[in-house]
Design a protein around this ligand. Sequence first.
Ligand code: GAR
Length: 202
Amino acid sequence: MTTAKIAVLVSGGGTNLQALIDAQNSGIIKSGRIALVISNKSDAYALERARTNNIDTAIVRRAEGVDIEDQIIKLLDEYEIDLIVLAGFMCILSEKFTSRYPERIINVHPSLIPSFCGKGFYGLKVHEAALEYGVKVTGATVHFVNEVPDGGRIIMQKAVAVGAHDTPEMLQRRVMRQAEWKILPEATEKVCREIVKNSKKR
Ligand code: GAR
């Protein structure tokens, strides 16, 4: 294997997906290639970003009668995916799913884990909690995904200063710009490089 095949799972705007696409285009990601974008929301703007860049897309829905995770597994098998990147994917994956892909699923979380993470901490809620607590430094974390929400091994973290007059939206944007959009592509390349290296040992 010379490049790992990546699936990106999304639910919303997809700015992190955009950062991954940009990193692929600029050569920051060179050991992997985004082969598929999967969304659990049919109106996610992230899907537009994928289509604009000629990346295959798929929508998974509970209404189809088949379990969402089973739909995802089928797609991952079909595309022979090596690495799953959760980029603003707002569903908690079951142990049945995560145990199938040990150290093959990574997630970006908008805080310095173990602060402001776990069940109920997602999106803007994370930044609201950080401001409520009064921390002066927050940031982002990329970690492997296991059965514990936000509990897998940490791959990369980056700290970001909290401004005295920040709103949750201001803080979210700064954490994205200064941390998430940098460490998600870097961590993706790091993990892809390992996957490719290990495939050659076999
Ligand atoms: C990002 O801030 C990401 O870290 C967060 O949702 C946002 C998605 O934005 N994820 C979580 O909170 C997961 N627990 P995007 O769709 O623009 O990438």
